[in-house]
Design a binder for this molecule. Sequence first.
Ligand SMILES: Nc1ncnc2c1ncn2[C@@H]1O[C@H](COP(=O)(O)OP(=O)(O)OP(=O)(O)O)[C@@H](O)[C@H]1O
Ligand SMILES: [Mg+2]
Length: 248
Amino acid sequence: MTDVAKVAALQATGISVRYGGNVAVDGVDVTVPAGGMIGMVGANGAGKSTLINALAGWSRGPATVRGKVRLGGRSMDWLSPHRRARRGLVLVPEGKGIFADLTVSENLALIRPPRNPRGRHPFSMDEIFELFPRLADRRTHKGGMLSGGERQMVAVSRALRAAPSVLLLDEPSAGLAPRLVYELLATMRRLVDRGLSVFLVEQNVRATLELVDELYLLERGKLVARGPAATMKDDPRILEAYLGTLKT
Ligand SMILES: Nc1ncnc2c1ncn2[C@@H]1O[C@H](COP(=O)(O)OP(=O)(O)OP(=O)(O)O)[C@@H](O)[C@H]1O
Ligand SMILES: [Mg+2]
């Protein structure tokens, strides 16, 4: 057993998802070490959202899901997304879903911290506002008035209120200006350095490579490469398709 396997916060094996006859995810393994940050990249339609949703126990339509998901060694199979979240496996889905008519504070207050977090940390409002000072300034603003970046911060903050042990993030930086992308992902990295474990699906490969421990590349539902960020930076598949700088 490797060191990583010993301390895995999240271990998923053989995850496959079919929509009718269409195989969207095909036998993918994911290991998120405790206190680690894993990034996953891949083209549009590669199956990234399908996979991360499957880890959270969720699918966008009628889907057949196979494989095993373990959180801190405990099986999550057969648990609803809600139950998984209560145990610490918390998803911030693509497209976030915050309430436009509620203020920032009200949106955050909707998430009740677990009564028995079992060593996990439910973030208080003060801690959230310290992490995202922009939200503190806008706490009385309605969700519908926020910028894309601020909405992402609310979505992540709601997840933090639920005391995650593993945070699943689906393209948290979608639609953000490049400077904000880096800022948001760097904030996620700070949380990891304080002990949170993160699995991050991203489109900004450059920023992701700078912050994650390991990078996964998904192509047509299959995991085609994975490795330490420092190694993946020089992988020809990453260089060619995502960084546009293939050296010869
Ligand atoms: N509810 C559904 N029913 C049928 N097919 C679906 C459904 N949701 C997704 N798919 C298909 O599954 C494949 C993977 O889609 P998915 O959304 O997981 O990709 P993605 O990697 O997240 O893409 P993007 O980068 O655009 O977010 C695509 O071919 C998509 O058309
Ligand atoms: Mg997606």
